[in-house]
Design a protein around this ligand. Structure first.
Ligand code: TAP
Length: 450
């Protein structure tokens, strides 16, 4: 068995060796999942609901431990990491309401009775990125389990520790053996095996658009459904009638949260030309006040980037860029990068490509139509924010921007009870929300002749 070393991004130090699964080990996990799923799907809905609530209670009891592990492995500030661990318990509790509500339909027909059933797929493979290891895993595994599936989770090699711990907690909570497995290893082996193995009947992939496209092509060849949550280049659109103080105070959090390693990062700030200079004046002190440093400290806003290689990639985006101002970052070990504000033109690389780091491009626009046009001027369509005091404008722009998740006078994107997902190159399908569990079922229609 081979292994890989997990690194603390705030210090560069090795934390732990984790095993790298072979194809045979993935196949063994899939075989165990197939067998566990049969009995799980046969349980009364209330029994599946109870099991998910037990799992939620165990996660709740370990929020601090999971949060500390995420600080160590991912460099997330402790406050954010606590939110993420609690969120996993909330997603489990929310999903526990689904088994008893997965009702089919009775459809009027002549000569009999027609009924539909929501049947689980069977085994679901969940491929998780490194930026939010716990929460993103839970958006797949909780509703998939609720709908009667078994799950196998593949964490990113950079950040496997909380996923591995969740696997142990699932066992502690009494989930049946084989129902909830975490298999560590590379995407090209474990992830690709989910795509090619005939007994994995659905794949959930969250990650880059490039790899997601490849995963989707493989799933198409195997004729299996896939949910894709991919990259973003979301716009924070600020109109001249907005509360500029509020919009400027909120803008750093909207893009520098998790060091910009957030698919929903509002990494383009589009500002109406008449208030462009004033907005930049207000933004500069807000960026300077953004506290970058030790993620274990309670008052830290932003930790390090995930790896030295990623820091190089992010830094590459500043080559030739028109940097307006930067915040601060610690020196020394750890993969630090100061928050950076760049003035850009629509065609610039920094205005088009996902940086996935604490770099924001600011661009002016003229009027409402121009703002909508510019907001839509990338291949992506994940999230976005609209700042205006004019309700009619807010509605028009929200309807005009092609993104899956928008907020008005706010940057919040994620609530477990509302749908989440991207348009265009940002993804396919939706997670969370009222229909989350249904997305892990296929409809069977049965006609009974009378
Ligand atoms: P990727 O490099 O695409 O990796 C994502 C996951 O896919 C990892 O677990 C990776 O495994 C695995 N993988 C890599 N190659 C694979 C292959 N050929 N077949 C199957 N799986 C494979 O992305 P990342 O760098 O971890 O994450 C950053 C990206 O994710 C950004 O673009 C970001 O926008 C996007 N993201 C989107 C969302 C939503 S909800 N839309 C949320 C978070 C992140 P290993 O790395 O371990 O080999």
């Amino acid at each position: 068995m081979t292994s890989f070393t997990v690194i603390n991004p705030a210090t560069g130090a090795a934390i732990r060796e984790v095993s790298r699964a072979s194809i045979d080990e993935v196949d063994d996990a899939i075989a165990r999942a197939v067998s566990a799923q049969r009995s799980w799907a046969a349980l009364a809905p209330v029994a599946r609901a109870d099991a998910l609530r037990s799992f939620a209670r165990v996660v709740e009891a370990h929020v601090e431990e999971l949060a500390q592990l995420e600080v160590l492995n991912s460099g997330h500030p402790i406050g954010s990491a606590r939110w993420e661990a609690s969120h996993v318990a909330q997603v489990l509790n929310f999903s526990a309401g689904a088994p008893e509500r997965l009702s089919g339909q009775q459809i009027p027909v002549a000569g009999g009775l027609d009924v539909t059933f929501h049947e689980p797929y069977g085994v679901v493979g969940i491929i998780v990125p490194w930026n939010f290891p716990m929460t993103i895993a839970s958006w797949g595994f909780a509703p998939a389990l609720a709908a009667g599936n078994a799950v196998i989770i593949k964490p990113a090699e950079l950040t496997p520790l909380t996923g591995v711990r969740l696997g142990q907690l699932a066992m502690e909570a009494g989930l049946p053996d084989g129902l909830f497995q975490v298999v560590t290893g590379s995407g090209s082996v474990v992830g690709q095996r989910f795509v090619s193995h005939p007994d994995v009947r659905k794949v959930v992939f969250t990650g880059s658009t490039a790899v997601g496209t490849d995963v989707a092509a493989g799933c198409a060849r195997a004729l299996k459904p896939v949910t894709l949550e991919l990259g973003g280049k979301s716009a924070n659109v600020i109109f001249d009638d907005a509360d500029l103080e509020k919009a400027a105070a909120a803008a750093p959090g909207a893009v520098f949260d998790n060091a910009g390693q957030d698919c929903c990062a509002r990494s383009r700030i589009l500002v109406q030309r008449s208030v462009y200079d004033r907005f930049l004046e207000l933004l500069e002190p807000a960026v300077a006040a953004w506290r970058v440093g030790d993620p274990a400290k309670e008052d830290t806003d932003m930790g390090p980037l995930i790896s030295a290689a990623h820091r190089d990639t992010v830094g590459g985006f500043l080559d030739g860029a028109n940097v307006a101002f930067r915040g601060s970052a610690p020196d020394g070990d750890g993969f630090w990068f100061a928050p950076t504000v760049v003035l850009a033109e629509p065609g610039d690389r920094i205005a088009q490509e996902e940086v996935f780091g604490p770099v924001v491009a600011v661009l002016p626009f003229d009027d409402e139509a121009d703002g909508i046009r510019l907001a839509n001027d990338t291949i992506y369509g994940l999230a976005g924010s609209i700042w205006t005091e004019n309700l009619g404008r807010a509605v028009r722009v929200a309807r005009g921007v092609k993104s899956g998740v928008l907020s008005v006078n706010s940057h919040s994107s994620v609530r477990y009870w509302t749908p989440f997902g991207g348009m265009k190159a940002s993804g396919l399908g939706r997670e969370l929300g009222p229909d989350a569990a249904e997305h892990f079922t296929e409809t069977k229609n049965v006609f009974f002749a009378t």
